[in-house]
Design a protein around this ligand. Structure first.
Ligand SMILES: Nc1nc2c(ncn2[C@@H]2O[C@H](COP(=O)(O)OP(=O)(O)OP(=O)(O)O)[C@@H](O)[C@H]2O)c(=O)[nH]1
Ligand SMILES: [Mg+2]
Length: 391
């Protein structure tokens, strides 16, 4: 029995933004219920939803000469509303400003590049501008209305996946071992300790040149703005990659600038999130099995094309047999890091936080990002770590 769904829209600018977020949330239901949900019928399918997108409220007289293209969803106030300074203050996540500094960073073993300030607290440029009046009421202020609203859907898991740019060439240039270079993978894992800077990251999963970071469903970091979240994670990860490179590849000078792209995707259901992570881990296994065979064939004297031809259309059992019969490699005995990738979760551990005058260490329990190479497709991992999916 389809449930009626009523979206009440008020003709007030503040409500418009929220209504638009709600609209997108509703649209996502249609996309994610695989035809069984109440939005998947012909009249209310996600493809027909744009016709009910709320109309932008009529602008005040001062704005009559300024067009508001529909897709430019301004995050500042409309000209006939509260001054920008007030509006800006309203956007500042003040509850985050109160976070004790101890929660902003977690003491870890090897220091990775840490920003001296917490990345998303009170000292935002928005808040500072609001305090001193900033651009409020200046004739230039309208340009802010061209900023796209990229607020991520509320109540959804946010996954930010970053991926190395051109790492096929990058790994050749630096002589990475094929198909897996443990030094390079360990470096990626250490960079994933970027979690230290973002307490709302629940877990991370990495393989090859990519890492996915899962943010809590209810996170309000940076108002859930995609560009903020993605750009900060990418820049922090990349900075760590450069800073920690010498520790992992001491004999290999960095000869090119490592770059990572990033994207944010929302998943409304726990099952969607688990499927996403299962997809990445299955990908790790499939790639690793293929690449192990491919490079074994190439190292044995076959050309790339011959190796590809040997493996084309073959199943897992054939590849395992090939590895064992021709190269004496038991796939099951390869390192778990290569077969399963890396899962980073916080685990409690005692760490030294300071030294007393007599030189004795002061130990405290801290939740430290810990790298595991375990199965996250089956239920066992999630039953053992129920807090990861807790709402
Ligand atoms: N030899 C070696 N190569 C690696 C290792 N980790 C990652 N790579 C390389 O990184 C590539 C990652 O795949 P992609 O992300 O699809 O390729 P890419 O060249 O980075 O291309 P874009 O991501 O589209 O820019 C793999 O194909 C490998 O060539 C490693 O440990 N050893
Ligand atoms: Mg890549």
């Amino acid at each position: 029995m389809p449930l009626p769904l009523v979206l009440t829209l008020e003709s007030h600018a503040c409500s418009y933004r929220h209504a638009h977020i709600a609209y997108r949330a509703v649209a996502s239901l249609g996309l994610n219920t695989r035809g069984t949900g109440f939005l998947s019928n012909k009249t209310a399918g996600s493809s027909s939803l744009p016709c009910v997108l709320p109309q932008r409220p009529a602008p005040g007289p001062a704005a009559s000469t300024r067009p508001y293209p529909h897709r430019y969803l301004c995050r500042c106030s409309y000209p006939n509303e509260q001054p920008a300074s007030t509006a800006s203050a309203a956007h500042t996540p003040t509850h985050l400003a109160d976070k004790p500094s101890s929660e902003k960073t977690v003491g870890g073993a090897a220091p990775v590049f840490d920003h001296p300030a917490a990345p998303y607290d009170a000292a935002s440029s928005r808040a500072r501008r609001a305090r001193r009046g900033g651009m409020a009421n200046s004739k230039y202020e309208y340009v802010k209305q061209y900023e796209l609203d990229d607020t991520l859907l509320p109540g959804c898991w946010i996954v930010i996946r970053i991926d190395g740019k051109g790492f096929t060439k990058f790994s050749d240039l630096h002589g990475f071992e094929k198909p897996n270079d443990k030094r390079a993978l360990d470096l990626m894992d250490e960079c994933a300790r970027v979690m230290n800077e973002f307490p709302d990251i629940r877990l991370a999963y990495g393989e090859s040149d990519e890492y996915s970071f899962v943010l809590a469903r209810n996170t309000d970091m940076y108002g859930r703005r995609a560009s903020k979240l993605v750009s900060l994670l990418v820049s922090c990860f990349t900075a760590n990659y450069v800073t920690r490179w010498p520790a992992h590849l001491p004999d290999t000078p960095l000869r090119a600038t490592p770059m990572f792209d990033g994207r944010a995707v929302c998943y409304p259901l726990d099952s969607n999130l688990r499927d996403y992570l299962a997809w990445r881990q299955a990908d790790t296994h499939i790639n690793n099995q293929y690449n192990t065979c491919f490079w074994a064939l190439v190292k044995s004297g076959k050309t790339s094309s011959e190796a590809q031809a040997t493996l084309r259309g073959t199943q897992a059992a054939f590849k395992n047999e090939l590895l064992f019969r021709d190269f004496g490699i038991n796939y099951a005995h390869l390192p778990e890091q290569f077969k399963k990738g890396s899962v980073v979760v916080r685990q409690k551990a005692l760490v030294e936080v300071k030294r007393r005058e007599d030189g004795s260490p002061v130990m405290r329990e801290r939740a430290l990002p810990t790298v595991l190479h375990v199965d996250i497709i089956r239920d066992e991992f999630w039953k053992a770590n129920p807090h990861l999916l807790a709402h």
